[in-house]
Design a protein around this ligand. Structure first.
Ligand SMILES: [Fe+2]
Length: 214
């Protein structure tokens, strides 16, 4: 009975493509160097999302919702979207993303669950949160949104999202992100796209979440 060979790795597939000429390789970039660069990129892409403090304002039993914003809410509308995957690149369809933040003035809802919710991911492993840009509050330097992500077979992730447009960074988050002593990683400060008409502007942010396998 013939031995069954395990599935080829991505590198083996790429090597075959190079050998067969179906993947063009420029002369200045030898195939091996290109493959090494590809693998380096893959490793970086699948790096776990840096953790960040839970903070004192987490509340259990948040409702299942991805719509924090209700008609009439003041503040800049904010949409945060992304996908949840693991360090192998698998989409985590069974993940649950819990999110909490302040209102636009920097107030947490301690009595109820405004601006708090959890999202159970479907087969796309994608989430989309409709909210408002959180405000600053006295104990924290930067605007932020808290995330707690769980998925079977994976290490839970607790982290925070920051905004490159935060006035604290004075337009230069690369240089100034450490002004908030809780921001340990520049990766958590994300670009903000402002979209829509001037009188109905909306902030849009991508925040992919990558979990470690247990
Ligand atoms: Fe907070």
């Amino acid at each position: 009975m013939p031995l069954r060979r395990s599935a080829p790795t991505r590198r083996e597939i790429l090597e075959q493509c190079v050998a067969l000429g179906s993947l063009p390789v420029v002369a200045a970039s030898p195939a091996r160097a290109m493959l090494d660069a590809f693998e380096q990129h893959e490793r970086e892409y699948h790096r776990p999302t840096p953790p960040n403090e839970l903070g004192p304002f987490y509340k259990k039993n948040a409702p299942v919702t991805s719509m924090f914003r209700v008609p009439g809410d003041p503040g800049i509308p904010l949409v945060v979207s992304g996908q949840v995957f693991n360090t192998r690149g698998d989409q985590l369809t069974g993940a649950v993303v819990e999110i909490w933040q302040t209102d636009h003035l920097g107030h947490y809802d301690l009595d109820g669950y405004r601006y708090r919710g959890k999202i159970a991911l479907d087969k796309t492993a994608a989430y989309k949160l409709d909210s408002v840009m959180p405000g600053h509050y006295p104990d924290r330097v930067c605007q932020h949104v808290h995330f707690a992500v769980t998925a079977p077979g994976h290490k839970p992730l607790v982290t925070q999202l920051y905004f490159a447009t935060d006035p604290v960074f004075e337009g230069d988050p690369d240089r100034n992100f450490k002004r908030d002593p809780l921001i340990h990683s520049r990766e958590l400060v994300r670009p903000v796209m402002l979209v829509g008409d001037p009188d109905q502007i909306q902030a849009a942010v991508r925040f992919e979440l990558c979990l470690e396998i247990l």
